[in-house]
Design a protein around this ligand. Structure first.
Ligand SMILES: Nc1nc2c(ncn2[C@@H]2O[C@H](COP(=O)(O)OP(=O)(O)OP(=O)(O)O)[C@@H](O)[C@H]2O)c(=O)[nH]1
Ligand SMILES: [Mg+2]
Ligand SMILES: [Zn+2]
Length: 312
């Protein structure tokens, strides 16, 4: 039996994937057996079979970022340093989808970065920026960005690049926010590379419909992973009683409720409810633990959704 070689999965299309070896060479590989299903970011052990290869083993994952609804589990990528949730002034972002993505990352212990793109679009941008205030307050890094400035340049890209350096980052967000535009800005040959990948895999599919790993630097230390836009982000894998722990603003108040098994929905003496902003903006400034009404509403809706599903 031939020696096993280490590799990195840089694209995954159903039964085929593209594996990059240490020397930078990429080749089509076939996972052996269903158990070996691979996702982008997986470290694998493969062996050559002619021009192609077969994946014999998937190394233990450091983390796996995925969503899950009633019907299926959809894995985005594995072994991530960070998830960049990209939203834009237009289309208007869904706070529910943003919150869900952040919870999924927190559940896997993956750092997050929120970036608001299209700062050239006013007044939509300022409105969207204000909606992100609770996220800044709970400790998230939120960066402004413009990828298509009228002078042909970009604004906010330098600061963003500092957050990306020497890490691998999954770029996640709804359709049309500029994920691929960002990748093309930072990876000049991304187009060529994407063309190459789809031809190599002979899939005939448009590559933006699948997740792909790009190296930003020649040393291969900084990577961006482009992903298809998502609309619904199911969290069926999360226990309702875990939710508050996975939302940093709610988590900060935990441990002070009257009942140790408080659901923070209707119990008396609930410390979470005590910090929900009543709608008076001044009150939020006085209370470092303030929880926005929107975030609390998302919590109760999610709690109901995840509890409901468990009854059947
Ligand atoms: N006004 C404005 N438009 C932008 C900016 N950045 C990107 N766009 C435009 O937004 C549109 C969508 O960009 P894409 O990069 O294709 O979006 P995406 O997130 O990759 O979308 P999917 O692949 O469908 O998930 C394109 O027409 C871009 O030119 C920006 O900063 N300002
Ligand atoms: Mg895209
Ligand atoms: Zn409580």
């Amino acid at each position: 039996m031939a020696d096993l070689l280490p590799g990195l999965v840089v694209a995954a299309h159903g039964r085929h994937c593209l594996v990059e070896s240490a020397d930078g060479q990429r080749r089509i590989c076939h996972p052996r057996g269903k158990k070996n299903a691979v996702v982008v970011g997986d470290r694998v052990q493969w062996q050559a079979t002619g021009d192609e290869g077969s994946i014999e083993r998937v190394d233990t994952r450091r983390n796996l970022f995925y969503r899950q609804d009633e019907l299926r589990t959809k894995s985005f990528a594995a072994n991530l340093d960070q998830v960049l949730v990209l939203v834009a002034a237009d289309p208007e972002f869904s706070e529910s989808q943003l919150t869900r993505a952040l919870i999924a990352a927190q559940a896997e212990g993956i750092a997050v970065l929120i970036v608001l793109n299209k700062s050239d679009l006013q007044p939509a941008f300022d409105r969207a920026w204000a909606r992100l205030e609770p996220y800044r307050r709970m400790g998230c890094t939120v960066l402004p960005l413009c990828l298509t400035a009228s002078d042909g340049g970009a604004h906010g890209l330098d600061v963003l690049q500092q957050h990306l350096a020497n890490r691998n980052t999954l770029v996640l967000g709804p359709s049309g926010v500029g994920k691929s535009t960002l990748v093309n800005r930072l990876v000049p040959e991304a187009r060529a590379q994407t063309g190459e990948i789809s031809r190599a895999l002979n899939s005939g599919k448009h590559t933006t419909t699948s997740t792909t790993w790009y190296w930003v630097d020649a040393e291969r230390r900084t990577a961006l992973i482009d992903s298809p836009g998502f609309q619904e982000f199911g969290l069926n894998h999360i226990e309702p009683m875990q939710l508050a722990h996975l939302m940093p603003d709610l988590n900060a108040t935990l441990g002070h409720c009257r009942f140790y098994n408080c659901t923070h929905l209707h119990e008396p003496g609930c410390a979470v409810v005590a910090h929900v902003q009543s709608g008076e903006p001044d009150q939020a400034e006085d209370d470092p633990l303030a929880i926005s009404e929107n975030r609390y509403r998302l919590y109760s809706e999610l709690f109901a959704e995840l509890s409901d599903k468990r009854r059947y």
